[in-house]
Design a protein around this ligand. Structure first.
Ligand SMILES: [Zn+2]
Length: 403
């Protein structure tokens, strides 16, 4: 497993130790060739679908029986780590190899998948492949420009794909279950000393852009009681959301970007333009946060004499993973002798798209210091191997169940 991950990391590997395989790039397709060759050697039927998803299919069971899909993604952020996404695909290949070597005969088909553009850093079109796989129309994203001045439509064409045909990749109707092994990308498992994370839910999030308008004025002559300080209002909102998130379970709030105008050391800020990102693992929790954002911005703006403008820029609902599959992962971990705990995922994954259509489960292995999207990303050989073995056990049980 570890040698495979090191081998794969050479494709798109940089001098800083990071890996760069952005969506639709030659490096990503080189990684597809690497994984495709390994799947073909095991007797799988390999193809890249019209949305750029790599699939390796092991046909089995009666005609029409639903497939168990296992995988993740092979694309990375610029100078990302070697485990994010890659682990799930490499582990799926190794788990299937284990099953093949022991002569296991599935009762239903098994598909290994690497979804196109999970990360979304190039075109802000995250989860592109899984969205196409589940029937979401993506033609509206064609004009999204990458940082290199190439549009999504053009990048696809350069790789030999047509955006208007991405819809043909919709095959979720033939799928009965989805499994994904991933690194945690957070510090919880390591700090708890636990080997396997059994993911129960994937957070939903709401993104906002807020503009508070006050009055720019002289910093020395304007009395404190008469100021309409837009930055002070924004700061109060950020702190209030922080306290609210701290007081709740499995909830986060973040103000990640702020700009003030006119921006002089001796000028009261007349405008604050900032972002809010709130996340929760349940629909109710997210609804509460939505209300909180709108209410606190309105109230604090009124108290500070500011004009508020709130726009929602992003919305993704939380997903509770399938209870039966979650229990199957937990059982598999116990049978493998691994310590395990249930936890939510604070990051988005392809499972949150596929899991809205079919039963889905995820498992995590620990990330050293919780670092991800960085050359410093690290998971130990022992944890990586254990994750693969637990995954193989879950596959044995799900492939025996008639879908
Ligand atoms: Zn990932």
């Amino acid at each position: 497993m570890y040698a495979s991950l090191a081998d794969l990391a050479r494709i798109g590997g940089g001098a800083d130790g990071g890996v760069t395989r952005v969506a639709w790039s030659p490096e990503l397709f080189d990684a597809y060739a690497w994984a495709g060759e390994r799947m073909r050697t095991m007797g799988l039927e390999v193809e890249i679908d019209s949305a750029g998803n790599l699939l390796g299919r092991w046909s089995a069971g009666p005609v029409g029986s639903s497939a168990v899909v296992v995988g993740s993604h092979l694309d990375t952020v610029p100078s990302g780590g070697r485990f994010d996404g890659a682990l799930g695909v490499v582990a799926a290949i190794h788990a299937v190899r284990v099953l093949k070597e022991e002569g296991f005969e599935p009762d239903r088909p098994l598909w290994i998948v690497a979804f196109m553009d999970e990360e979304g850093t190039r075109f802000n079109a995250a989860l592109f492949g899984s969205r196409a796989f589940t029937g979401e129309s993506l033609t509206g994203l064609g004009d999204r420009m990458g940082t290199d001045g190439v549009s999504l439509r053009e990048a696809m064409a350069a790789a030999g794909y047509e955006l208007d045909r991405a819809g043909e990749a919709c095959r979720v109707g033939r799928v009965g279950a989805y499994l994904e092994l991933h690194i945690e990308q957070g510090p919880v498992l390591e700090s708890e000393g636990v080997e396997i994370g059994v993911v129960t839910s994937i957070v939903g999030l709401r993104g906002y852009r807020v503009r508070l308008t006050g009055e720019a004025n002289h910093a020395g002559t304007t009395p404190m009681g008469l100021r309409r300080d837009a930055l002070a209002g924004a700061a109060r909102i950020a702190l209030e959301l922080r306290e609210a998130a701290r007081a709740r379970a499995e909830t986060t709030a973040n103000v990640g970007r702020i700009a003030v105008e006119p921006g002089g050391a001796n000028v009261v800020p007349g405008l604050a333009d900032f972002t809010i990102d709130v996340r929760a693992t349940t629909v109710e929790g997210l609804g509460e946060l939505e209300h909180l954002v709108v209410e606190s911005v309105a109230r604090i703006a009124a108290e500070e004499g500011l004009g508020p403008d709130v726009q929602q820029t992003f919305a993704l609902d939380p997903l509770e993973l399938d209870p039966a599959l979650v229990s199957a992962v937990e059982r598999a971990a116990a049978e493998e002798g691994a310590s395990a705990m249930r936890l939510p995922s604070g990051a988005g994954h392809d499972a949150m798209i596929v899991g809205r259509h079919v039963p889905a489960a995820m498992l995590f292995v620990p990330s050293h210091r919780g670092i991800s999207h960085s050359p410093e990303e690290y998971s130990s050989p022992e944890h990586v191997e254990l994750g693969m073995r637990v995954l193989a056990r879950v596959l044995r049980s799900t492939l025996r169940t008639d879908g």
